[in-house]
Design a protein around this ligand. Structure first.
Ligand SMILES: Cc1cc2nc3c(=O)[nH]c(=O)nc-3n(C[C@H](O)[C@H](O)[C@H](O)COP(=O)(O)OP(=O)(O)OC[C@H]3O[C@@H](n4cnc5c(N)ncnc54)[C@H](O)[C@@H]3O)c2cc1C
Length: 339
């Protein structure tokens, strides 16, 4: 464990917000979680559990203890002719892990290339992109439960995954820490998901046949062309979730706005594109001071430089109210609001 006092969290969040942590502890080994749990300034004083900081908005300085997940490692735990089970520590980079599996020729994670953040956070909001979610390949995870003071294994079914949702965002929010994740990956009989329109088009444009490697390459190309790089322009990816509405609500909306993109869901609800609503409300590319919704991707709230957490949140609320007024739809943040 490495301790710091009054540390800037700017290097540890992709909005680049210079909020201060009263106390920051870097948990560099999985075994340090037990020590942190027992330390008088450790879990007992914890206000924030920080991973890669790519899905949170620091609205204020953070009192108490901020614990940063920083332990690494990966290992094959089981292998058959067709599958490999890979156990990856929470502090490994998500994208580096995906690239490693792709290089080995293992299938399952390729559509999730270039998503920022660390492996242990991936199950929290069941990260997803281009028709695939982490729930599709996650076999189990190891979880240290604060109340129990020990780790145990949870199966994918026990994680109650949903759209950008899991047990860890609901009843178990803040109850513990994911220590590692085990993925079940294919060695030969890959299930290649290429039905997502933009992915199909990119494979065609790059003249690539679907394969684990080619899908990863195409996803990386699309993401680099569409999404701002947090190292250049502070952001947290999609700021809002795509709202899931009832069929009746969507019918009413579509009668006034026939072009509204609709995505029917297995549970009978229909998701509409939050980015489209924001763009129609006039916020795409509109800059207010140091903040705005990105010019190429209306769903991405960006920090043009030096914006504070409250400034970014105030803008998100402006957009939220404006969409609610114009369309009667309440956008919910996908990003975790801290403080
Ligand atoms: C440019 C950009 C593009 C993005 N694209 C996508 C995308 O396509 N799809 C998608 O789903 N997301 C996307 N995201 C969002 C983000 O990358 C993911 O949500 C990612 O999994 C967050 O990981 P993190 O390590 O940064 O977590 P953090 O932001 O540090 O933490 C997020 C939350 O999870 C909790 N948490 C983190 N790790 C653990 C753990 N080990 N145990 C328990 N709780 C934990 C934290 O306390 C916090 O509440 C994007 C973000 C950016 C900046």
């Amino acid at each position: 464990m490495i301790w710091e006092e009054h540390a800037s969290l700017a290097p540890y969040n992709t909005f680049g917000i210079d909020a201060k942590a009263e106390r920051l502890v870097h948990l560099t080994h999985e075994s340090s979680v037990q020590a942190y749990y027992q330390h008088p300034n450790g879990y007992a004083k914890q206000t924030l559990l920080l991973s890669g900081g790519s899905n949170l908005l620091l609205c204020n300085d953070v009192p108490g203890t901020t614990a940063r997940i920083a332990w690494k490692g990966m290992a094959i735990t089981e292998e058959t002719d067709d599958h490999v089970w890979l156990k990856v520590s929470a502090g490994e980079s998500w994208h580096e892990t995906v690239l490693y599996t792709v290089q080995q020729g293992w299938g399952g994670l390729q559509n999730l290339s270039l998503i920022p953040g660390l492996v242990g956070a991936a199950p929290v909001q069941n990260i997803g992109a281009y028709g695939v979610e982490v729930a599709d390949t996650l076999e189990s995870l190891s979880y240290f439960h604060w109340e129990k003071g020990e780790a145990h294994t949870l199966t994918a079914a026990e994680c109650a995954f949903g759209y950008r949702d899991s047990l860890f965002k609901r009843s178990w929010k803040g109850k513990g820490v994911i220590l590692s994740v085990t993925f079940k990956l294919t060695k030969h009989s890959h299930v290649l998901k290429t039905t997502y329109g933009a992915l199909q088009e990119e494979l065609h444009r790059m003249d690539l046949a679907p394969s684990v490697q080619n899908i990863s390459d195409a996803v990386i190309a699309i993401r680099q062309s569409k999404l701002p790089d947090p190292k250049v322009l502070g952001n947290s990816g999609s700021f809002f979730k795509n709202p899931a509405l009832s069929a009746a609500q969507v019918k009413t909306l579509a009668s006034k706005h026939p072009a509204i993109p609709q995505y029917p869901q297995p549970d009978g609800t229909i998701k509409v594109a939050a980015g489209w609503l924001i763009e129609q409300a006039g916020w795409k590319g509109e800059r207010v001071g140091n903040v705005g919704m990105h010019a190429q991707q209306a769903l991405v709230l960006v920090n043009y430089g030096g914006a504070s957490g409250p400034e970014l949140w105030a803008h998100a609320q402006r957009v939220q109210s404006s969409v609610a007024e114009q369309f009667g739809v309440r956008l919910e943040p996908e990003v975790n609001l801290i403080g």
